[in-house]
Every structure is written in structure tokens, then in C-alpha cells.
Design a binder for this molecule. Structure first.
Ligand SMILES: [Zn+2]
Ligand SMILES: [Zn+2]
Length: 214
């Protein structure tokens, strides 16, 4: 999927790895700079597209193994810093925490260096010369964040098209998930486009109307 929108932010999705986790590559036209959200496992197609592009940052919506499998390779190739919410500060270095020891058949233990920068609720994050807003949206995991730019919301595993994130993994909470969705995401305008961690994009208005889990 690909969208040209306000300030011409270009958004490309790469479903990666055994769980088809969406990595998003954000770029501006006429620049060779990009930002990557959630570089998942088996990042080959993403790395091929990036080529010799400069990557300003890797932003993680949360640190479950399927969202971080490509962090190490991308960081080594591009020397770019990683942003992650404080509540999951020790998840990148610890395969037990990031869940990669739970399903060995999906690829085995994943560990990498800790994030360079911590994300916090309502933080303004300047990337590609644009200002993104960070929303702390826990529930699926304690450090889940959603990243908002204009009408674009990168929501990780909080809200999916006609579904929501599971809350049975360590640090998950159904109550917090509902508070995040109703108290933060559903405060956004109906036409806000949600780019989730898995599956197709959707809108806040569509989910408010049709999602059976909220
Ligand atoms: Zn997850
Ligand atoms: Zn996921």
C-alpha cells in the first residue's frame, strides 16, 4: 500500500516474517532519507527497497519479537538510532521478555542492543523534518505506543481492522487496552487512517462503527 498525502509523506508497508508483521517505510519525495517503523523478522524485502537510502531512525511501536527481528541488521547497515517506550527498555536485550523464546518454531531467540532513545506519552518526535506525536497506548504490551502524523496513525498491535491486540502476553491488560482505544485512539477524527502491525489499514471511524471488540 502506498499513500501520497499532506506534506507528501510516502508510506510503504512490508509484511515481514512468519506473522506477516507490517514494517512501514516513511519517506519524503526527492530525498534519500527514510524512517522505519517496526522492522520485523526476515527483513529482506524492506532492506532491498531501502538500498542506499539514509535511515534516520527506527521507531518501535513495541518490542515483541515479530516487530524487532530486523532491528539488528538494519541498525548495523545504517547506524541509525532506535526509539522505544521506556516500559520495554529491557526487552530488546532479553529474548524472554520480547517473547522470542515462546515460539522457537518461529525463529528462535532474538536479542539486540538496547534502544538509544526512550519514547514517552505526548512526546513530539521530530523525524524527516516533520513532527510526529507519540501516544502511549498500553494494553497489548506495557510499552505500546502509537505514532501520529496528521491523519496517519501507526498503531502497532493495539487496534486492527475489525480486531484488537491480544492481552494474554506478559504485561498485557484488557482494561488498559480498552482505555487506550477509547481514551486516546477514539479521540482522533473519524478519517484518521490506522496503519496496524498486522493486516490491512483501516480508519478510526470505521472501527468505532464496526469493530466488535470495542
Ligand atoms: Zn505484539
Ligand atoms: Zn505483532
Amino acid at each position: 500500500m502506498s499513500d501520497m498525502t499532506r506534506h507528501e509523506l510516502k508510506i510503504e508497508a512490508f509484511p515481514l516474517g512468519p506473522l506477516q508483521t507490517n514494517a512501514y517505510l516513511l519517506t519524503l519525495p526527492d530525498t534519500s532519507r527514510g524512517v522505519v517503523i517496526d522492522p520485523g523478522m526476515n527483513p529482506g524485502p524492506l532492506l532491498k527497497r531501502i538500498g542506499d537510502m539514509e535511515i534516520e531512525a527506527i521507531v518501535l511501536t513495541h518490542a515483541h519479537f515479530d516487530h524487532i527481528g530486523g532491528v539488528d541488521e538494519l541498525r548495523r547497515l545504517k547506524g541509525c538510532p532506535v526509539y522505544l517506550h521506556d516500559a520495554e527498555a529491557d526487552w530488546l536485550t532479553n529474548p524472554k521478555r520480547n517473547g522470542s523464546t515462546m515460539w522457537p518454531e518461529l525463529g528462535g531467540p532474538i536479542a539486540t542492543d538496547p534502544a538509544e532513545f526512550a519514547l514517552a506519552d505526548r512526546q513530539q518526535l521530530k523525524l524527516l523534518g516533520l513532527t510526529f506525536q507519540v501516544l502511549h497506548t498500553p494494553g497489548h504490551s506495557p510499552g505500546s505506543v502509537s505514532l501520529l502524523y496528521g491523519q496517519h496513525l501507526f498503531g502497532g498491535d493495539v487496534l486492527f481492522r475489525l480486531s484488537v491486540g491480544r492481552t494474554d502476553l506478559p504485561g498485557g491488560s484488557q482494561l488498559e487496552l480498552m482505555e487506550s482505544i477509547h481514551g486516546k485512539l477514539f479521540e482522533l477524527p473519524d478519517d484518521t487512517i490506522v496503519y496496524p502491525g498486522h493486516g490491512p489499514k483501516t480508519t478510526i471511524g470505521y472501527e468505532r462503527e464496526h469493530n466488535p471488540y470495542v
